[in-house]
Structure formats: structure tokens, C-alpha cells
Ligand binder design. Structure first.
Ligand code: MF3
Ligand code: CO
Ligand code: CO
Length: 287
């Protein structure tokens, strides 16, 4: 049902809006068209970092749990319910729910969907690939993480894409040393991806994260020297490259969220929220 005869995805049906208890604090943007401008920069104090650690941990635990439920026959809406219930059960708010009107508590991006897929009645099938992107807001801070898995048994080509996208993410993270410019990250990612002829998506980037979901700081995943912000101690941002089996060009669905590869070839993504320390980058989105 959610695929055409040629196997290309089409939009499914959304379930009703999920409830969040009144006792849980919402981010300021919920109910508004857009978030207010970020204040305070991208470096955080020790006490703020403790709070980002907590929200990052909730997001990472939610991701781990949701990925554990991925199997042939499960719908992306069911995965959304699992992620939503976990975050709310921890006293957190799922950052995507009501962010610029996004209607669900995580992003589920299947096969040719690059990012921002909306959970619906699409049922995962053997050989599909799905990226789950979860963000949690807790005690005034956001943590943001994602990961891609193959559903059931996939082709070697798809298994390799997932493995190498994770490796590219780790290489980008390891390049994020204090004193360098943020463009070192995309240089590391793109040079690795190019070995395999993968496309590297340019228009969706890593970002500063913390007291805002997206602070305005941009972390490109390709070699872009013009992004020359210095990486400083105490900075927090995401690294979240999207690699494709073909073109890096994309189309947008009419829902204004779902981004698909133009050639409808498969694409994978991994994301971590990281902190810059004296010893180098530290991944905060660990369960
Ligand atoms: N979590 C995504 C990111 O990595 C953002 C999703 S915004 C949404 O930046 F509105 F699409 F949910
Ligand atoms: Co992000
Ligand atoms: Co994310």
C-alpha cells in the first residue's frame, strides 16, 4: 500500500496526534509556527552540559529501544508510539512533536527517504532500510540522535551503505578537535564517502543543539571551506551525514517534510550530539 508498483514510497495515513501529559514542559516553539531565535551561542557551562547529557541520554535510550522493535511487519507509526511513550515516560518531551508543525515524535526515513520522513501506516518489509531520528527535550535542553538499520535481510550493497555511513559519521566526529574549523568535519566525511562513490547530501546539515533544537550553527557534511567557525571547548553540536547510493540531489514531498533522493536510490544516516572537550570530541548521545 505505501509503495507504488515500481517500489517507490508514497505517503501513508497519519494516526491522531499523541498526547503529552500537562506536567511535562514543552519547548517554547510548540504551538508556534517557528522557534524563537537562539540566544547564548554554542558553548555551554559545566552545569548546562550536565543537563544536555541527560536529554542526550534519553534520546539515545529511546533510539536504542525503537531500533530494537524494527522488523518486517511493523509500521513506522508503531515505532513512533514506542519512541513517544519512552520519552514521555522519562518526563521528557519529544522535540520534533510540533516543531515547525512536524506532527510526530520521531522521524522515520525509509529507503529513498533522506530525512524527515513522517511516521504513518507504512509497514516495513524485509530488505527495507529505515533511519530513526529521535530528539528529547528535558530540563530545558535538547539531545538529538539517529541511526539506520536494515529491516530483516538486506542486499550486501545496502548493508555496506549503512556500515560505511556509520563509519563516515565516526570519522567526522573524530575530526572535531578544538582549534580546528568546523569544515574539517565534512572534509573527513566526504573524502571517506567518495571512496565508495556515494552521494553526500549538502542541504541538510549538522547543527548546534542544546537550549535550542537548532541553534543556527551549521555543520556541513561535505568539503565546504567557507564554514570556518572555530571549534571551541564546551561547544555542543550534531554530526549527522546522509549518504546515498546514487545522486546527492533530492525531491521534497508535498507534505513539505519528506526528502527523497531524486533517483530514488537508498540512503542512510547516523547522528550524534557531541561535546568538545580538551581530550577531543565526546559523544553525548550514548544510552
Ligand atoms: N532531528 C532532526 C535533526 O537531526 C530534525 C528533525 S526536525 C523535524 O536535526 F521537524 F523534522 F522533526
Ligand atoms: Co540533528
Ligand atoms: Co536528529
Amino acid at each position: 500500500m505505501p509503495k507504488t508498483a515500481s517500489g517507490v514510497l508514497i505517503p501513508g495515513k497519519l494516526s491522531p496526534l499523541r498526547a503529552v501529559p500537562k506536567s511535562i514542559t514543552r519547548p517554547e516553539y510548540v504551538g508556534n509556527l517557528a522557534p524563537s531565535p537562539h540566544v547564548g551561542g554554542d558553548r555551554y557551562s559545566d552545569s548546562e552540559i550536565l543537563r544536555i547529557r541527560k536529554s542526550s541520554k534519553i534520546a539515545a535510550q529511546a533510539l536504542e529501544m525503537v531500533l530494537g522493535f524494527v522488523k518486517p511487519g511493523v509500521s513506522t507509526d508503531e515505532l513512533d508510539r514506542i519512541g513517544h511513550d519512552f520519552i514521555v515516560g522519562q518526563g521528557g518531551y519529544p522535540s520534533t512533536l510540533g516543531y515547525r508543525g512536524f506532527p510526530k515524535s520521531l522521524c522515520s526515513s525509509v529507503n529513498e527517504v533522506i530525512c524527515h520522513g513522517i511516521p504513518d501506516d507504512t509497514v516495513l518489509e524485509d530488505g527495507d532500510l529505515v533511519n530513526i531520528d529521535i530528539s528529547a527535550y528535558f530540563d530545558g535542553m535538547h539531545g538529538d540522535t539517529n541511526g539506520t538499520v536494515v529491516v530483516g535481510s538486506g542486499s550486501q550493497e545496502v548493508i555496506d551503505l549503512v556500515k560505511r555511513t556509520e563509519e563516515a559519521t565516526m570519522r567526522g566526529i573524530k575530526a572535531a578537535l578544538p582549534g580546528r574549523e568546523v569544515n574539517i568535519i565534512g572534509r573527513a566525511i566526504e573524502s571517506y564517502a567518495k571512496r565508495f562513490g556515494y552521494g553526500v547530501v549538502q542541504e541538510f546539515t549538522g547543527h548546534g543543539v542544546g537550549s535550542s533544537f537548532h541553534t543556527g550553527l551549521i555543520i556541513p557534511h561535505y568539503d565546504a571551506p567557507e564554514f570556518s567557525t572555530k571549534i571551541e571547548l564546551g561547544m555542543v553540536f550534531t554530526v549527522e551525514p546522509m549518504l546515498t547510493l546514487g545522486t546527492r540531489e533530492w525531491d521534497m514531498w508535498e507534505d513539505d517534510w519528506t526528502v527523497t533522493t531524486k533517483d530514488k536510490k537508498y540512503t542512510a544516516q547516523f547522528e550524534h550530539t557531541i561535546l568538545i572537550t580538551q581530550d577531543g570530541p565526546e559523544i553525548l548521545t550514548v544510552p
